[in-house]
Design a binder for this molecule. Structure first.
Ligand SMILES: *Cc1c(COP(=O)(O)O)cnc(C)c1O
Length: 231
């Protein structure tokens, strides 16, 4: 397959970036999952990465994801929904994904919980609006504890942690700040409500090292993994 070597090389590169940041942080690189953010990438290219060992695919658009899932049925992949959530799509999201990263309202969480098919494990992450940019989605920092407590109580979904999409910052020290805040918020919520959230979806192509240093467990990488997106 023409994409095989390309996929192998990109995956090797990403895994060494993660490993070297983990080493610097004194962490085991196995604690960090690589989620390939595959929006606008072809099924053929996405499949090549999966064939070379990529285990997690993140998608932003439901229809695009369903097409790829259909074509890639034979492959073992964990599908993550990382896009904006429309409430009329929650049934399909619950059915076709195992992780939903962008939950930011109780109403959405309730719909996912009710609509999740029996025996299907659905992991959810609350998206935190860490930079006070409501247009990107996410719950305001001061609303996080109450949303967290309410979502954790729902049967039918498992609250695993937080997701964050900070605005771009220059330099490692600056990039670490929102990730540290998100981690501290998770630790506080676990303590306050006796929860066991264990996941942080933080870090993309440009800031994954900073996220690894601050405890991320999932980096969502598009450009530096697959290459530039088609439009
Ligand atoms: C596209 C996307 C990414 C990946 O971004 P890159 O900068 O291309 O690595 C990560 N998270 C979300 C939510 C995205 O939409």
């Amino acid at each position: 397959m023409k994409y095989k070597e390309y996929a192998q090389e990109r995956l090797d590169q990403l895994h060494s970036r993660i490993a070297s940041a983990a080493h610097q942080a004194g962490r085991n690189p196995k604690e960090i999952s690589l989620v390939g953010a595959a929006k606008q990438q072809s099924t053929e290219l996405t499949q090549a990465f999966v064939d070379q060992g990529l285990l997690h695919i993140g998608e932003n658009y439901l229809n695009e994801a369903l097409e790829k899932q259909q074509a890639m049925q034979a492959s073992r992949v964990d599908w993550h929904y990382i896009g904006r959530i429309q409430s009329n799509k929650t049934a399909a999201l619950a059915t076709h994904f195992s992780w939903i990263h962008g939950v930011d309202r109780l109403k959405i969480a309730r719909r996912l919980a009710v609509q999740n098919p029996p025996e299907h494990e659905l992991n959810v992450l609350i998206q935190i609006d860490i930079d006070n940019e409501p247009s990107k989605g996410g719950v305001a920092v001061d609303q996080v504890p109450s949303l967290c407590q309410q979502v954790a109580e729902l049967d039918g979904i498992v609250l695993r942690g937080f997701m964050v999409l900070p605005k771009p910052r220059q330099g490692l020290a600056e990039q670490r700040v929102p990730f540290a805040e998100t981690r501290e918020l998770l630790e506080r919520c676990n303590q306050q409500f006796g929860l066991t959230m264990d996941s942080l979806s933080m870090g993309m192509s440009g800031d994954l090292e900073a996220a690894v240093l601050e405890g991320t467990t999932m980096v969502r990488v598009g450009t530096d993994l697959f290459g530039a997106r088609r439009n």
